[in-house]
Design a protein around this ligand. Structure first.
Ligand code: XLS
Ligand code: NI
Ligand code: NI
Length: 433
């Protein structure tokens, strides 16, 4: 045991009337929701980067957090892993996620990075033997180092493409070694700062080829996890190519990858794209590409990805309603790609941020399940389209403009507008929160 979380007890479910801070009031892993354990529905995951690698910096000031594992060496990387697995155990979370750069020291060469990653991967593997926590997904950080400032797969310099492809190979293999359920690609610098120096067609073709190579390698090594793209519209680049669900679907179709790649959808990114989270989830589900979620919210007043822990049960309800309606997670899960605030210095803050978020999501899941079981929302939706279920409605879709014109004239069709009943449905949702 390290000394970092000393005096912090293991967090367990005590129910809504339990006493104290370090308890779950709603997250009861074994409780059955729609016949499935809550833990198996939500599949919570801790994000290694925000919880253990973030220093508290923002654009106006540097480090505020001081951690005994901050440093460049392998010893620090291992201490970080020790503390991380202690936190997974305190929280009882079933999963974690990491980027190569969060977990291993940065080397001077690619070979050194590869060796460092392999060493830390073995260290993780040893820890996982005595931990219940599994790997939800691994990923490569192809955006922080200055070599990636003009992109990774879409960089104008073939050497950066090569470095990036080689790096993704090592990260996919590390994920495979650790039994990861998914592999994520978030295109942190895949976009542009100015169109004036950018060849859109070439960059898209390179990104398409890059992703195809990832899929080819997945099959070559027998990785069974899902390959996931994480959309985001802007930040850090002015325009990011993986803008939103619709854009990524178009990209996957263009390069013939729509049956190979699914999406990891983040609440905050949806808002940056001018959508709601539930819109992005519903659209991905309707396209058959809903893979996993990053459940971190943005502040509505800020124009950037603040990555806060979720604390709004209504938002969580609407999100899990879409997830449940789509059949729930199979390989995906709920990753907290969220970080504590700049002033949250204490080890306890790190634990309590997750506790609150997990309780919020649990409330959302339970409400969503009850809403789905109640059926009134789906009944209302079905009733709204009922005209299409009859023979006449169906015949219309296999008709022609000419035949339809004749029909409208012959039957003197005059459409009668009907209420969308939005307020009734909003009130209905509120009854389940
Ligand atoms: C950044 C992204 C990032 C990905 C993983 O905004 O959310 O954290 O989830 O690279
Ligand atoms: Ni994000
Ligand atoms: Ni994310």
């Amino acid at each position: 045991m390290t000394a970092f979380f000393q005096d912090i007890p293991k967090v367990t479910y005590q129910g809504p009337d339990g006493e104290g801070d370090f308890i779950y009031r709603h997250y009861d892993p074994d409780a059955l929701v729609l016949g499935k354990r809550m833990e198996d529905h939500l599949r919570f995951s801790v994000a290694y980067w925000h919880s253990f690698a973030w220093t508290g910096g923002d654009p106006f000031g540097g480090q505020t957090l001081e951690r005994p594992w901050f440093g460049d060496g392998m010893a620090e990387a291992k201490l970080k892993a020790d503390v991380a697995f202690e936190m997974f155990d305190i929280l009882g979370v079933p999963f974690f996620c990491f980027h190569d750069a969060d977990a291993r020291p940065e080397g001077a060469t690619f070979a050194e990075n590869k060796r460092n990653l392999e060493e830390i991967t073995e260290y993780f593997a040893a820890k996982m033997e005595s931990s219940k926590t599994r790997l939800l997904w691994g990923t490569a950080n192809l955006f922080s180092h200055r070599r990636f400032m003009a992109g990774a797969a879409t960089n104008p310099d073939p050497d950066v493409f090569a470095w990036s492809a080689a790096t993704v190979k090592t990260c996919l293999e590390a994920t495979h070694r650790l039994g990861g359920a998914n592999y994520v690609l978030w295109g942190g610098r895949e976009g542009y700062e100015t169109l004036l120096n950018t060849d859109l067609k070439r960059e898209a073709d390179h990104a398409g080829r890059f992703l195809s190579m990832v899929v080819e390698h997945k099959h070559k090594i027998g990785f069974q996890g899902q390959i996931l793209i994480e959309p985001k519209p802007q930040e850090p680049t002015k325009h990011q190519y993986d803008f939103d669900v619709a854009t990524v679907y178009g990209f996957l179709k263009r390069y013939g990858l729509e049956n190979e790649v699914k999406l990891n959808i983040e609440q905050g990114h949806a808002l940056l794209a001018g959508h709601s989270f539930e819109h992005e989830l519903a659209l991905a589900a309707s396209l058959g590409i809903l893979g996993s979620i990053d459940m971190n919210r943005n502040d509505v007043q800020s124009g950037w990805d603040t990555d806060q822990f979720p604390n709004n049960p209504l938002e969580a309800t609407l999100a899990y309603y879409e997830v449940l309606k789509a059949g729930g997670f199979t390989q995906g899960g709920t990753n907290f790609d969220a970080h504590i605030r700049r002033q949250s210095l204490d080890p306890a803050d790190l634990i309590l941020s997750h506790v609150g978020a997990m309780d919020t999501c649990a409330r959302g899941l339970v409400a969503a399940a009850a809403l789905l079981e109640n059926g009134a929302l789906e009944e209302a939706r079905a009733a709204r389209y009922a005209g299409w279920d009859g023979e006449e409605g169906k015949a219309l879709l296999s008709s022609s403009l000419e035949a339809i014109e004749a029909k409208v004239l012959a039957e003197n069709i005059i459409p009668e507008p009907r209420s969308g009943r939005q307020e009734r449905l909003e009130n209905l949702i509120n009854r389940f929160i």
